[in-house]
Design a protein around this ligand. Structure first.
Ligand code: ISE
Length: 338
């Protein structure tokens, strides 16, 4: 029996999820879709053969045919939709970020704690990328000893002119906030942002690239180069330096072509391509109810780090992360949803 899914948002990410749930993921059927732009929802429904288009996302959440919900609408709507899903006792995969602010993410966390059931999965899909998952397994096995440093690069080829300096933190570096926490199994306690001379390809006044430095609770340091107008490709790097050795992400496309005295590897130009397997893996685990990905706590922690990092960008100073104590409810690792 397929799990009947409702998808809120028919933009870039919503359509990506509709297509993957309808084609690449087994055991799922998208039965409803909604979007603030009715024509976007109608287009998605026509393309994927979705039987119900809701004008209001809350109607989709309360639709009796909908058993689980994907939230892929703008970040400002995530808190209200996620809380409504929790109150309706429906498992929800919420695209990152869980909410726009630490306090809003805390309200989602409190709603889930009150429900007493782990219903929320946050779309930090890199946890399902084969390369990152292998890194995590090897780190947990102690192959390189205690982690001391993490070096990351997050390069987009281009972003819209509306993509400002703070979005580089909240929409792009947010992936490394979760990846560093998850890989090292530690919280991030402090953030610093350095801003080199900007690329001429960035919109006026936008700090691109940015160099972010995170300090973890055990004193490890993680640096993140975030460059969203890098032009040449979509290029993600991650290397963990431990006391005994290093672990690094493999090349995105390990196939090398030698010809005419040259050797070349193709590089992806979009995040959907680079992380295609991760999105499928995340959706497949979530549909099966075995999602071991990012919880509401992880979404709250990332929101707290994001808020401190934006403040560090604005002030030019190192900023401490204001994080509440982690509830025991989230201490014992992931449980199946529902
Ligand atoms: C986008 O929303 C993503 O999630 C991509 O992974 C990231 O690379 C990009 O910068 C974001 O805008």
């Amino acid at each position: 029996m397929n799990r009947r899914i409702g998808v809120i948002g028919a933009g870039l990410m919503g359509l990506t999820h509709v297509r993957l749930l309808s084609g690449a993921v087994s055991g799922a059927e998208v039965v409803a879709v909604s979007d603030a732009l009715p024509e976007a929802a109608e287009r998605a429904a026509a393309e994927a053969g979705i039987e119900t288009v809701h004008g209001d996302a809350f109607d989709l959440i309360h639709d009796e045919r909908v058993e689980a919900v994907v939230i892929a609408s703008p970040a400002a709507t995530h808190e209200a939709f996620a809380v409504a899903c929790i109150e309706a006792r429906k498992p929800v995969l919420c695209e990152k970020p869980l909410a726009e602010t630490r306090d809003a993410a805390r309200r989602v966390l409190d709603a889930e704690l009150a429900a007493g059931s782990r219903l929320v999965h946050v779309g930090f899909m890199r946890r399902f990328d084969p390369g990152y998952a292998d890194m995590k397994a090897k780190l947990d096995a102690g192959l390189v000893g205690r982690p001391l440093l993490v070096h990351c690069a997050h390069r987009n080829p281009v972003v819209p002119p509306s993509f400002g300096s703070e979005m580089i933190v909240t929409d792009t570096v947010v992936h490394e906030m979760d990846a560093v926490r998850w890989l090292l199994g530690q919280e991030i306690v402090r953030a610093t942002v350095l801003t080199p001379r900007p690329t001429s390809h960035a919109a006026d006044g936008v700090h691109d690239p940015q160099f972010v430095i995170f300090e973890t609770e055990d004193g490890a340091l993680a640096d993140v180069e975030a460059f969203v107008n890098a032009r040449y490709a979509y290029d993600i790097r991650c290397e963990v330096v431990g006391e005994l050795g290093t672990i690094a992400l493999p090349p995105a496309t390990p196939v090398l072509v030698r010809r005419d005295g040259r050797e070349a590897a193709e590089l992806p130009d979009r995040f959907q391509e680079r992380f295609g397997a991760a999105y499928v893996g995340e959706l497949q685990a979530w549909v099966a109810g075995t999602a071991t990905g990012a919880s509401a706590w992880d979404g709250y922690a990332a929101a707290a780090v994001s808020e401190a990092t934006v403040e560090a960008l604005r002030s030019g100073r190192a900023m401490d992360v204001a994080l509440d104590p982690r509830p025991d409810f989230y201490a014992a690792g992931p449980r199946t949803a529902g």
